[in-house]
Design a protein around this ligand. Structure first.
Ligand SMILES: NC(=O)c1ccc[n+]([C@@H]2O[C@H](COP(=O)([O-])OP(=O)(O)OC[C@H]3O[C@@H](n4cnc5c(N)ncnc54)[C@H](O)[C@@H]3O)[C@@H](O)[C@H]2O)c1
Length: 343
């Protein structure tokens, strides 16, 4: 494909503007359209990028100057929008979670496959130094057999975060609350780092945000396929927010991450890989985990040009969604639940 790849972002709320900002920084890509039902948000973002604003995403299907689209919409809209755009030949980058449950996510994957378009799903926290280093260390056997792998996300959202959106914290439109929105980043990291989670036993509550349907606090005990055990904790009820923690203990030692940075590396005779200087100089490289968004957008553009799969495909979203669904089932039915194989 010669010339820049025309890009559109659907959803100009919390995360959509980040996609538009980063696409502008990628050689060979151009933001040409912003779609949002809300004119105030959509038009303002479009003007910032010299793009057109549309209220109806279906118009993107008619636009020959658009080849790739980020879907940054309320989660239950991801499938319907993907079906329309994949049928029109648009390559897609869909925000996490890919959909509200594994069955809908599989339909989304299938629609992209049958229409021959690329599908990437955002898991931006896999791309920072701490998580990459820990994942590589576990995969290389540096920690030995993993015994305990925990993820503790004690985060905070004010009441308006839910009340202003209308969709967050609802079963129908979000598929849950704190666990599926904030916690899924960590669930993805735990399955990526420590291997499949096969059984869960959970408690899920709304302790603070009692006007939402779903959870603001979920805690699960997990069994990994390897025999390791651990805790998964996703919340939006803890004030003030604490650093996101990942703690992995193996036969040979322990590694702790705080907000995805290595805070303890307790492996005798072994140092962590040095920080990647290049990463720090990329867009978003100094502000936590945003660099992952930049890298995933750049990867989708490259994947289209090179006609290859993106580094994080739609299928990669299935294990974490299967765990999230099993945790919610366990909490609702008050029993341990086996996590079905995701594919
Ligand atoms: N990776 C991350 O760090 C990250 C961060 C935030 C959100 N997200 C994910 O991104 C998605 C969007 O979340 P958000 O917090 O930005 O939501 P948001 O509510 O802030 O923004 C969604 C936007 O979509 C617009 N919209 C709704 N229905 C529409 C339609 N039919 N057509 C066009 N526009 C429509 C709304 O007007 C709103 O501006 C969710 O899946 C969420 O889980 C990911």
């Amino acid at each position: 494909m010669s010339g820049p790849i025309g890009y559109a972002v659907i959803g100009a709320g919390l995360v959509g503007p980040k996609h538009a900002e980063f696409v502008e920084l990628i050689d060979g890509a151009e933001v040409r359209a912003i779609c949002d039902l809300r004119e105030d948000r959509g038009r303002a973002l479009a003007e910032r990028h010299g793009a057109t604003w549309l209220a109806d995403y279906r118009e993107l299907a008619e636009r020959d100057d658009i080849q790739a689209v980020s879907i940054c919409l309320p989660t239950s809209l991801h499938l319907e929008v993907a079906e329309t755009l994949a049928a029109a030949g648009k390559h897609l980058l869909v925000e996490k979670p890919l959909e509200t449950d594994p069955a809908r996510a599989r339909r989304l994957i299938e629609t992209c496959r049958s229409n021959g378009v690329k599908l990437a799903t955002i898991f931006n926290r896999r791309f920072v130094h701490g998580t990459k280093t820990l994942q590589r260390a576990v995969a290389a056997g540096r920690l030995g057999r993993i015994l305990v792998a925990d993820m503790i996300f004690k985060s905070w959202r004010p009441a308006e975060y839910y009340s202003d959106s209308g969709w967050r914290g609802t079963w129908a439109q979000e598929g849950g609350g704190a666990l599926i929105n904030q916690g899924i980043h960590g669930v993805d990291l735990m399955t990526w780092i420590a291997g499949p989670i096969v059984r869960v036993q959970a408690v899920s509550r709304h302790l603070r945000h009692d006007h939402i349907e779903a959870d603001d606090t979920t805690i699960a005990v997990c069994e990994y396929a390897s025999g390791a055990v651990g805790v998964i904790q996703g919340t939006t009820s803890i004030y003030p927010r604490q650093l996101d923690r990942i703690e992995v203990h193996g036969e040979h030692g322990s590694v702790f991450l705080e907000d995805y940075k290595i805070s303890k590396w307790q492996l005798e005779g072994s140092e962590p890989d040095p920080p990647d200087q290049q990463l720090e100089h990329l867009p978003g490289g100094r502000d936590g985990t945003s660099v992952g968004h930049y890298l995933q957008l750049a990867d989708l553009i490259a994947a289209i040009r090179e006609d290859r799969d993106p580094v994080i495909t739609g299928e990669a979203a299935l294990p974490s969604l299967a765990v999230v669904q099993a945790i919610y089932t366990s909490a609702r039915d008050r029993r341990p639940v086996d996590v079905p194989a995701p594919h």
